[in-house]
Design a protein around this ligand. Structure first.
Ligand code: TGC
Ligand code: FAD
Length: 390
């Protein structure tokens, strides 16, 4: 048998279909041409300078809502979508987030719970990247426990009126449309809010030390009056936003593999070229142990992503499987990023190398879409049958 390829030790990509490989190559090619050369500058600037241009480019590539059916969406397999997330997050978690929030949160909410009119009005333009969406669930005092949200939607005649504040909303101040979750007399419901509606405003959150190549905002809703048809008709209860989270969390299961792979590959190259004590640092036993730990984490995470993707494609992926993948793969990527940063010595703390950028991005990835603790509790509940959330 052939010796393992250091860049795909368990030959996991050999398990992919031709179509899946084509998606991988198209996204990897675009990412290395258009994103990788610029991402350190964007991260340094703490923003995305041209989010609308980026949305159109992602739309042209077919990445926005690529796993949704119809309405101009790609209808790809879950594995193909996962590979796209992997290749984007190998560049930067913020870029995968851009695609996740548009396709797996804002578009998925409209696709799952919207009327035919809402789907037709929004999804084709969102798939093309002409319209940018955001997803407002988290609030200043309601993060892991979204059921405690204070944003309220009340009826006024046939209209709805929304009041409240959403916090930490990716693309909030770029978006043309916000999917906002609010408590109503009939439980939590989703609303499609054009961001030019009077009473809606968004403020960029500055001074982030993580996910800097991504725009994060506060949304303020003050007496936002919406017509009766702004509510997502099939959204009833907290399960509705949570089912959208499953889609975005699934993308993170794969994305974390990309971030981990990028850090491992950077460390492998650095270990081969950096010399101390008259030899490449990759020749020291302690460095080899680090490379061994990293390659195992990257491949374990890759296997987990592929397994969960195949379960999803055959309709057997429970949300606890997604919790397993998010919990395991983000932690693995964090270990790899920290180790790779160390292998780079002083160079590792700069933006000349990707490792510390990934390392600090992964602090966000471990927090959003359910913290490490929340997914540990989901897995704990799944195996014991006992809920320990409260
Ligand atoms: P609980 O009583 O357990 O559940 C309420 C209802 O929802 C159902 N459910 C789910 N349904 C689908 N998918 C899931 N993952 C589900 N989890 C629970 C559940 O069966 C129940 O249904 P029913 O019919 O019985 O009413 O709710 P709880 O209040 O105890 O909370 C459970 C908990 C803690 C797991 C949940 O609230 C949670 O996941 N918290 C974390 C919040 C979170 O992840 N927020 C993310 C915000 S969006 C974001 O971060 C975007 S980042 C940008 C990017 O992705 O790049
Ligand atoms: P908290 O819920 O206050 O948690 C604080 C700590 O307490 C954590 O360690 C947590 O694990 C722990 N904890 C909480 N409950 C328990 C428990 N029962 N048992 C044990 N430990 C517990 N949200 C959106 O809606 N849309 C977005 O687009 C979005 N984008 C984001 C982008 C960025 C850059 C960031 C950082 C966040 C984003 N979020 C978004 C918000 C994100 O989902 C929340 O930050 C996350 O759900 C955690 O909520 P919190 O920050 O309020 O932390």
């Amino acid at each position: 048998p052939a010796a393992p390829d250091p860049h795909d030790f368990l030959a996991l990509d050999a398990e992919l279909s031709d179509t899946e490989r084509d998606v991988r190559d198209a996204v990897r090619g675009f990412a290395s041409r258009e994103l990788l050369p610029n991402v350190a500058e964007w991260f340094d600037a703490g923003t995305l300078p041209d989010p609308r241009g980026l949305a159109r480019a992602f739309g042209d590539l077919g990445l926005l809502g690529m796993h949704l059916e119809g309405y101009g969406c790609g209808g790809s397999s879950a594995v193909a979508y996962g590979l796209a997330c992997r290749e984007l997050e190998a560049v930067d978690s913020g870029l995968r987030s851009f695609v996740s929030v548009q396709g797996s949160l804002a578009m998925a909410a409209i696709h799952k719970f919207g009327s035919e009119e809402q789907k037709g009005a929004w999804l084709p333009r969102m798939a093309a990247g002409e319209v940018v969406g955001c997803f407002g669930l988290t609030e200043p005092d309601s993060g892991s426990d979204p059921g405690s949200m204070r944003t309220r939607a009340r009826r006024d005649g046939t209209d709805w009126v929304l009041d409240g504040t959403k916090m930490w909303i990716t693309n909030g101040s770029v978006a043309d449309v916000a999917v906002v979750w609010a408590a109503t007399g009939e439980g939590v419901r989703g609303f499609v809010v054009p961001t030019d509606t009077p009473g809606f405003s968004a403020n960029v959150i500055h001074r982030k030390l993580s996910l800097r190549a991504s725009i994060t905002s506060e949304l303020v809703l003050e007496g936002v009056r919406l017509p009766a048809d702004a509510v997502l008709p099939a959204s009833k209860g907290l399960g509705a936003p949570l089912s959208c989270l499953n889609e975005a969390r699934y993308g993170i299961v794969w994305g974390a593999v990309g971030a981990a792979r990028a850090c491992y590959e950077a460390a492998l190259e650095y270990a081969a070229t950096r010399e101390q004590f008259g030899q490449p640092i990759g020749g020291f036993q302690l460095t080899q142990r680090k490379l061994a730990d990293m390659v195992v984490d990257v491949n374990h995470a890759g296997m987990t992503a592929l397994r969960i993707g195949r379960l999803k494609d055959r309709g057997d992926c429970h949300h606890n499987h997604v919790s397993f993948g998010k919990f395991a793969n983000v932690a693995a990527a964090q270990r790899v990023a920290r180790t790779a940063r160390g292998v780079h010595g002083a160079n590792g703390i700069t933006l000349e190398y990707p490792v510390m950028r990934h390392m600090v991005n992964l602090e966000t990835v471990a927090t959003y879409e359910g913290t490490e603790e929340i997914h540990a509790l989901s897995i704990g509940q799944a195996v014991t049958g006992i809920s320990a959330f409260r």
